[in-house]
Every structure is written in structure tokens, then in C-alpha cells.
Design a protein around this ligand. Structure first.
Ligand SMILES: Cc1cc2nc3c(=O)[nH]c(=O)nc-3n(C[C@H](O)[C@H](O)[C@H](O)COP(=O)(O)OP(=O)(O)OC[C@H]3O[C@@H](n4cnc5c(N)ncnc54)[C@H](O)[C@@H]3O)c2cc1C
Length: 809
């Protein structure tokens, strides 16, 4: 009997695992039951009961008419009563942006060819020339201390240089005088500048991100594009975009700012149709110097001048900042970074209707416009800034750890420091891979709104981790601010990135999984749409398809999770070679488990999942880390399986799988119905926890990669500004590292001589002179030792100021 039970289970399991159509697995079960009937194990009465049960389940399932009438329709009626109807704003959010790789991660069976077949990310010759030319020159001009502590602004020549070289026009088409860079080109520029000066990077970022330029390109009228885009390209207009106000931060749509449709005199012309605006905005980047203000407000038409409706909805307009009634120019100081940021207000400001972005046709569509454009910028700017910070920090904290000695040993050799260095190296690798994959997605025409949320929150959080660890390693060298310090101000600036373009707590706990599950789940949105469909017959038929597809999907993921867990996913087909293939196999396993867990959460929590942010935040973590794993695998493959980089890939995957596992474990541990959490845990992790995180040995390997120059270190930090200028905060470290390594052999000879007592002088210069006189080293070796010593002293030095001010002494 047990054998037959097993045969039944294996048949159901295999059919579910392979996601066979309903009719086929019904037939397969019928055949097993037929054979069982002749086994003689049970009596006739039991057989009749089993067959009756089988037919009662299988017949309605395979006859759509019966299924729809007796199962789907009553359930649909129930859902229609239970589910609130979708509001216009919710529908716009659902329709905004496209879906992408997250669909595969939600499917439980990712099709890796979609990612692996994407082109290898590569800059165009023009973009490379821009990076090697104007960007390189700009980086050399930037003195972050001068900007933030002395001038409180970018120097005039830098502003001029930015405008002249069209830094503000990277996304504007060439036909309008812009540079028309790819997302990769745009990101590479921001990344390179970010390590030199966050204030400069933010200044460049904003006009190229969500703002007037992008909104105009997507929705502007021809007249608006023809007027503004060429002027924005050469910096004749400086744009800003004002959405946030004192009362609407994360809940951006809740703005109290209003526009009322009316007629008034404008520019000497009477009876002009337009809008009277009142607003109060704050935190607006570039606001204090903007000449054109993109404004979001709620539009009303009480006199029905443009239609039947009074409450028209969120509308976006472009407003010249010199119009009467506008108060603009004051500043905020954002975490000690002196990019232009400030409040602005408008009192009874009248603008003509054709200042609405897209013209009258687009009134009330502001939210949709913002949602569609936000994902683009969110996937580029802050991920670029975070990756840039990661690369600079990896390179120069590695160098510092190598040249800074305590207890006569480079601090990077101590296990405690090594642990922190490993986190810096691993996260920098992950950030770069995620940046490249997302940009490739954007450049191939996808606007993945969930993915852009993932990279925004994951990469700014990882930047925070990297900067925090680097601060610990640099110690006082990172804390004492001054022209020599390249890291302290990055530390201060982290909260800016965490907060803007969707504050991270909100993005993690509300957006990523909440939006992801609705948009990317194979059946959920179809069910919602079916329930809301106005035609009843179509609604039943659509709902029936979605519902039974969904049930099959859950059963499939149940068996897939269990089998992949029991078998360690060793037999699942996956692309790639060696370790890469193994990681793909494990990703397939985690994707199945994630799909099952997501469905369990949605089914049990339903609408209340929206409020259960601790659950959805952890699911967002699991989804995000699976995306990051995909990114590092693609990156490693695209770079041609470089053996030297394998430890970085391994660290990234081991760390991320561990995070996926822990996030899912936490969801199950805190599941609202504990017994279901326990059952899910048995199905998903049947043989205890498979992932233990990156080992110390791996950490040791990748930390060491930062301590010495190598092609792996160069690949990891590719795209940043390099200099060996000894009066540059980073150049002095680059120079000192080279000098120290160059002097290593000679230093060893000197050290040995000191150890065995051949040299006794405590003074460094005298000891070197003694070593020459005793022929322990020659003059050229002595020069190397002294150069390294001097370079190290310069690289570890910190600034000193007069007691009265900030001028270096
Ligand atoms: C330097 C800087 C530059 C900026 N530039 C611009 C600009 O150019 N244009 C513009 O329009 N705006 C800009 N902003 C505004 C920025 O977008 C907002 O700061 C951001 O949306 C958060 O709003 P808030 O600061 O009011 O925080 P709040 O909305 O008050 O949020 C406080 C905290 O609560 C969390 N939270 C809120 N709601 C939820 C929820 N439902 N679930 C979970 N957590 C939640 C948030 O994640 C955050 O951690 C800028 C801000 C800064 C600091």
C-alpha cells in the first residue's frame, strides 16, 4: 500500500514539478489508479470510493463549463464583494513602468537565457571619449573641501565647464543639442564624479534624472520641447523639479498645493486660459539656482472651464522662476554637502495653460507621468553614485590598509580589519554587477519599476555598509575632516541617498514586494483584472483561467520546493559551467521557494499584507538578493570567467543566498498562522539551512585582493578617476601604495638587520644610512625605503587648522 501511495505522490509531484497541463496529469493519475485497481490491495468498496473521489475532483477540473459554473463564478462573486475597487491612482501605479527579470524570479522557474542573452554592457566610443576627456578634466578640477567648506557652492569655472560640456544634457537627444547618452554612459559619468565630490555628482545627476528634461522628452508638446530642450542642453536654463513639501514627503501624492483653472491677463494679453497656483515646497535640488521649475500640484476646475470635472488630479507644469509671486533662492544645507537645495513657494501665481507639461491634454495625468519617469532615473543616478562610492572606497581603503601599519604590520593583515575589507570588496563587486545589469535592461528598452526600486534601496544600503566599514578602518584618518580626507564627507552624505528618490524604508517595505507581487506574479494581476472586468461573461472566463492557473502554480511550487530542497537542486537543468552552474541551480531552487512563500503570504494575509511591512520587507530582501545573484552571475560570465575574480563571485553568491535564506526563514518564523509557517519551513528547507554565508577563507581571499595592485583590483574599481598626485586626497594613497610595494624587498632587508641587532638606531633615516654603510642595502634601495616612508607619512596625515577657523595651517 505504501508503495502505491508513493507512486501516486511521485506522479502528482512529477506532473506538478514539470508544470504539465491539467488534462495530462489527470490522465497520468487515472492510469496509476487504473493499475492500482488490479493490484488486489483493496476491496471493491474502497476502490469505488477512491474512484468516486478521483472523478469528483478531476471531472469538474477538466470541464471548463462545470468548473466555471460551480467553482469560479461563486468565488468571483465573493471576490467582487470582498475586494475594494481599484482607484485611479492605484491603477496608474499598476500600469506604470514595465516588468522584467523579477517576473522570472516570481515564476519559480527562471529562464536564464533572457539575462544571459542580453548584450555585454559596453560604452560607445563617444561616451568613452567624454569620460576620458571632459569628465577626467572635471574630476581634476573638483576640490570637495573647497566646495563644501569654503565656497558653499561649486566654483564658477566648474559651473561654466559643466554647462559648456553639456553635463546637464546627457539624456537629451542630439536633435535638441543634447549628448543622447545610453543609461550606461550617463551612469558612468555620475559614478566617476561621485568619488571626487558628491555635491558635484548630485548637481550633474538631477537634471539628467527625474526632472523637466525627462518629463519633456516623454510628454512635452513639440513647442515645449523645441523651446526648452536646446536651452537645457547648453545650460541656458537650469531645471529643478518640485514635488515634496512640508506635508507631503514619502506620500508624495498627498500634496496640498493647488492650481485652479481660470482666466487672467498674461504678458499683456487679456482673458488668457490658465491656472492660478499656490504651493509650498521644500528640499528641492537645484531649486535655489533654477531658472525653470517643474511643479507638481493638484488641479481643480470649479468653473468647468476645461471640462465637467472639478477635481482633475495631479498635474505638472514648467514655470519660469522669475514669474511674479514666486519665492525661490533660499537654501537648505543637506548633510554638509553644498549642492544647491532649498525651498520654494508660490502665491497666486498665474500661468497660461500651455505651461502644463504636455499641454491641456495632460492635465490630471501627473502621477502617471511621474511614475513612468521615476523608474528610469531611480535605476541610474543613485546606483551610480553608490557604486562610485564603493569603488573609490574599495581601492583607497585597501591601499590605506596596506600602507598603514600598527604593531609593525599593515592593518589589512589583521583578521578584524580583513573582515571589514571583505565586506567592502564583496559589496563593491555586487553593486557594480547590479548597476551594469540594470543599465543593460534600461538600454534595451525595459523600464523595470520594481527592479529600479530594488537597486535604489539595495545599493544605497550597501554604500552605507561599505562607508561605515571604511570609516572604522580609517579611524581618525576618516574622522578628521579637511582637504586631505576623502571619506568623512561620503559618510555624512549617506542619508541623502537613503532618503531621496523614495526613502529606503518605504521602498523596501512597501514598494518592492507590494508592487512586485501584483505586477510580476503570473496570475495575481490577472485575477484582479478579471474581478474588475465590466463584462460578466468575460470576467468569469478570465477569472477561471487565472484561478486554476494559480492553483496549479501553487501546487507546482510546493513540489518543486520540496524536491529541489531534498535533492539540493543538483539535478535541475541550469546554464553555465562549474560553480556558476551550481549557483544558477540554487537560484532556481530559491525562486521556487520564494514563489511558494509569496503565494502563502498573499493567500493568508490578502489585503492586510499592505500593512504587514515587516513581512513584505523581508520578502523584498529575498527578491532583491536573488536579483543581485543574477547580476553577479551575468557579470562574471560576461567578463569571461576570470579565474582570479572567482572569489568575489563566490563571496557575493554565498552572502546573498544566505540573505535570501534568512529573509525567508524570518517570514516563516513570524508567519501569522504559526503552523503554516512551520509546514512551509519543512517544505522549503527540508534538510535544515543550506546556506551558511561567505566563509572566513573566502573573506580572506577577497580582502587580500584590495591590498595589492592586480588586474582583479583594476576590474573591480574600473571607471573611477585615478591620480598619483601627492597633494590629492586619493592620489597620495595610490602613490604611497606603489612606493611601499616598490620598497618591500629593501624594507625586509632593513627589518631583518634590525631584528638581529646589526642596526640599532631608533631614528629611521639613521637606520637607513647605517644599512647602506654596512652594505645591507644599496643607495637605490635606500631611496625606495625613504620615498615609501615619506609617501606613507603624507598619506596617513590629517589636516590641521588654526584654532579660529577652517583654513589649513
Ligand atoms: C537632499 C535632498 C534632496 C531632495 N531633492 C528633491 C527634489 O529635487 N525634488 C523633490 O520633489 N523632492 C526632493 N527631496 C525630497 C525627498 O524625495 C523626500 O525627502 C523623501 O521623499 C522623503 O520624504 P521626507 O523627508 O519628508 O520623509 P518622510 O516622508 O517624513 O519619511 C520619514 C520616514 O518614514 C518612512 N515612511 C514613510 N511612509 C512610510 C510607509 N508607508 N511605510 C514605511 N515607511 C514609511 C520613510 O521611509 C522615512 O524613513 C529631496 C530630499 C533631500 C533630503
Amino acid at each position: 500500500m505504501l508503495t502505491w501511495l508513493l507512486i501516486f505522490l511521485v506522479t502528482i509531484g512529477t506532473a506538478a514539478y514539470l508544470r504539465l497541463p491539467q488534462a495530462i496529469w489527470s490522465g497520468a493519475l487515472g492510469i496509476v489508479l487504473f493499475l492500482f485497481s488490479f493490484s488486489g490491495i483493496t476491496g471493491l468498496a474502497t476502490l469505488v470510493i477512491i474512484w468516486a473521489l478521483f472523478l469528483a475532483i478531476v471531472v469538474p477540473l477538466n470541464l471548463p463549463h462545470i468548473r466555471q459554473t460551480y467553482i469560479s463564478e461563486p468565488l468571483l462573486n465573493f471576490m467582487r464583494n470582498a475586494m475594494p475597487s481599484i482607484s485611479k491612482t492605484e491603477q496608474e501605479a499598476l500600469d506604470a513602468g514595465k516588468t522584467w527579470w523579477e517576473v522570472d524570479l516570481f515564476s519559480g522557474k527562471p529562464d536564464y537565457s533572457k539575462i544571459r542573452d542580453l548584450p555585454v554592457s559596453k560604452l560607445s566610443a563617444e561616451e568613452q571619449a567624454f569620460l576620458d576627456g571632459p569628465v577626467e578634466e572635471l574630476c581634476g578640477m573638483l576640490d570637495d573641501w573647497q566646495i563644501n567648506q569654503v565656497d558653499y557652492d561649486l566654483p564658477k569655472p566648474v559651473w561654466k565647464f559643466l554647462k559648456k560640456n553639456k553635463f546637464f544634457a546627457m539624456i537629451i537627444p542630439k536633435s535638441y543639442g543634447g549628448l543622447e547618452f545610453s543609461a550606461l554612459g550617463h551612469s558612468s559619468v555620475v559614478m566617476k564624479i561621485a568619488g571626487r565630490s558628491i555635491s558635484a555628482a548630485v548637481t550633474v545627476m538631477v537634471p539628467n534624472s527625474l526632472g523637466p528634461g525627462e518629463l519633456l522628452m516623454h510628454y512635452g508638446t513639440e513647442k515645449q520641447k523645441d523651446f526648452y530642450l536646446p536651452r537645457l542642453s547648453i545650460g541656458d536654463e537650469i531645471p529643478c523639479f518640485a514635488l515634496t513639501g512640508p506635508e507631503n514627503g514619502s506620500d508624495a501624492g498627498a500634496m496640498p498645493d493647488t492650481g485652479v483653472v481660470c482666466r487672467d491677463t498674461f504678458d499683456g494679453e487679456e482673458n488668457v486660459l490658465g491656472i492660478r497656483l499656490n504651493w509650498d515646497k521644500r528640499y528641492i535640488t537645484l531649486g535655489p539656482v533654477a531658472t525653470v521649475l517643474g511643479l507638481a500640484f493638484k488641479l481643480y476646475d470649479p468653473d468647468h472651464l476645461i471640462g465637467e470635472e472639478n477635481d482633475i488630479g495631479i498635474t505638472l507644469a514648467l514655470i519660469k522662476t522669475d514669474v511674479e509671486g514666486i519665492d525661490i533662492g533660499k537654501r537648505h544645507f543637506a548633510a554638509n554637502h553644498m549642492f544647491m537645495n532649498g525651498p520654494n513657494r508660490g502665491k497666486d501665481v498665474f500661468i497660461p495653460m500651455d505651461w502644463v507639461i504636455g499641454g491641456q491634454e495632460y492635465v490630471g495625468q501627473g502621477w502617471m507621468m511621474l511614475m513612468n519617469c521615476l523608474s528610469q532615473g531611480r535605476g541610474v543616478s543613485l546606483p551610480a553614485l553608490s557604486t562610485g562610492a564603493g569603488k573609490y572606497i574599495a581601492r583607497y581603503t585597501g591601499a590605506y590598509s596596506r600602507i598603514r601599519k600598527q604593531f609593525k604590520i599593515p592593518i589589512g593583515y589583521f583578521e578584524g580589519v580583513e573582515e571589514a575589507l571583505a565586506v567592502i570588496a564583496g559589496n563593491s563587486y555586487i553593486m557594480n554587477a547590479a548597476r551594469e545589469l540594470t543599465l543593460t535592461g534600461l538600454d534595451t528598452g525595459e523600464v523595470p519599476s520594481v527592479i529600479s526600486g530594488i537597486v535604489k534601496y539595495q545599493m544605497t544600503e550597501r554604500m552605507r555598509t561599505v562607508v561605515n566599514h571604511a570609516m572604522d578602518i580609517h579611524g581618525g584618518h576618516g574622522i578628521c575632516l579637511g582637504p586631505k580626507n576623502f571619506i568623512g564627507r561620503s559618510y555624512q552624505g549617506v542619508p541623502v541617498s537613503i532618503t531621496v528618490e523614495g526613502a529606503n524604508i518605504l521602498t523596501r517595505t512597501m514598494i518592492v514586494f507590494g508592487q512586485g507581487v501584483l505586477r510580476s506574479h503570473p496570475y495575481l494581476l490577472k485575477e484582479v483584472e478579471a474581478v474588475n472586468h465590466p463584462d460578466r461573461d468575460t470576467s468569469i472566463s478570465l477569472f477561471d483561467d487565472a484561478l486554476f492557473g494559480h492553483v496549479g502554480f501553487i501546487i507546482s511550487n510546493f513540489f518543486r520546493s520540496l524536491w529541489l530542497g531534498l535533492s539540493g537542486a543538483y539535478f535541475v537543468s541550469a546554464p553555465g559551467k562549474g560553480k556558476v552552474r551550481r549557483y544558477y541551480q540554487q537560484l532556481t531552487r530559491m525562486s521556487s521557494c520564494f514563489a511558494l512563500l509569496s503565494d502563502a503570504c498573499v493567500l493568508i494575509l490578502q489585503g492586510s499584507l499592505k500593512r504587514k511591512e515587516k513581512i513584505s520587507g523581508r520578502l523584498a530582501d529575498a527578491l532583491s538578493n536573488m536579483y543581485l545573484i543574477t547580476a553577479v552571475l551575468k557579470h562574471y560570465e560576461d567578463q569571461g570567467y576570470k579565474q582570479d575574480d572567482l572569489p568575489l563571485l563566490e563571496w557575493a553568491c554565498e552572502d546573498s543566498f544566505y540573505k535570501v535564506q534568512e529573509a525567508m526563514k524570518s517570514v516563516m518564523r513570524n508567519f501569522p498562522i504559526p503552523i503554516i509557517g512551520k509546514i512551509l519551513n519543512i517544505v522549503i528547507f527540508p534538510l535544515t539551512k543550506p546556506y551558511g554565508g561567505a566563509s572566513d577563507k573566502l573573506g580572506h581571499k577577497i580582502a587580500r585582493l584590495l591590498l595589492d595592485p592586480s588586474s582583479t583590483r583594476d576590474r573591480l574599481t574600473r571607471g573611477i578617476y585615478l591620480t598619483e598626485e601627492t597633494d590629492d586626497p586619493m592620489g597620495r594613497l595610490e602613490y604611497a601604495l606603489k612606493a611601499v610595494l616598490d620598497a618591500e624587498d629593501a624594507e625586509r632587508k632593513l627589518r631583518d638587520a634590525i631584528r638581529i641587532g646589526l642596526i640599532t638606531s631608533q631614528d629611521y633615516n639613521t637606520a637607513v644610512a647605517d644599512a647602506i654603510s654596512q652594505s645591507i642595502i644599496d643607495q637605490s634601495e635606500a631611496d625606495k625605503i625613504l620615498t615609501a616612508h615619506e609617501a606613507t607619512l603624507n598619506a596617513i596625515s590629517v589636516d590641521e587648522f588654526s584654532p579660529k577657523g577652517w583654513k589649513p595651517q
